[in-house]
Design a protein around this ligand. Structure first.
Ligand code: GRF
Length: 203
């Protein structure tokens, strides 16, 4: 299951990888967006993937809204027999039982070398702007397991890029995005292989 909030370029590379047989047993069986009009949903439709929108309830206080949305996503995941959850540009923060039940099977993609430039409010162009402001000489992306913190879970893999003197947030974002597209496929492949091995060992 892939969770999205934006353009869905990572959904696209995962779909392409699946079609090319690069995800092993991995299959995208459902796409969930927390926003209704995002391009990622159009991509899902074009690829023939089942998709739905689950928006946070704006009437609830922030913490409760997170719990309630996480509960809905957990139910959907269970009902659809989902093994692995991939947050590919998903902006809502998840919590509670969902993270417990999918511990080690729920991953997030972040466009910096965590633990640097992560945390609440650090997304999109803001990350790259902060990297440039800090005068970093390298940046990159991180795939990590999701825990109760924001961008704090155990790191599965990172890919680095150089920061160039004349970089703008947009030019740096583009260089990082190329690595994200490789990283997300590598990470999902690793998880699906691990899961397949575990299932074989247990059977
Ligand atoms: C990526 O930069 C990812 O790191 C971040 O959101 C972006 C998603 O891009 N969490 P896309 O929607 O997959 O194109």
């Amino acid at each position: 299951m892939v969770l999205v909030s934006g353009s869905g370029s990572n959904l696209q590379v995962l779909h392409n990888a699946e079609v090319a047989g690069q995800l092993g047993e991995g299959k995208i069986s459902l796409v969930v967006s927390d926003r209704p009009d995002v391009y990622a949903l159009q991509r899902a439709k074009a690829y023939g993937l089942a998709a739905c929108t689950e928006q946070p309830d704006k009437k609830l206080p922030a913490g409760e809204a997170r719990r309630e949305l996480s509960g809905r996503i957990l139910r959907i995941a269970k009902d659809n027999g989902i093994d692995i959850i991939v947050l590919a540009g998903f902006l809502s923060i998840l919590t509670g039982e969902l993270l417990e039940q999918y511990s080690g099977r729920i991953i997030n993609l972040h466009p910096s070398l965590l633990p640097k430039f992560g945390g609440e409010g650090m997304y999109g162009e803001r990350v790259h702007r902060a990297v440039l402001q800090a005068g970093e000489t390298e940046s990159g992306c991180t795939v990590h397991f999701v825990d109760e913190g924001t961008d704090t879970g155990t790191i599965l893999l990172q890919r680095k890029v150089p920061v160039q003197k004349d970089d703008t947030p947009a030019s740096l974002a583009k260089r990082v995005q190329e690595q994200e597209h490789i990283a997300i496929v590598q990470a999902v492949k690793t998880l699906t292989c691990n899961l397949a091995t575990k299932n074989t060992t247990n059977s």
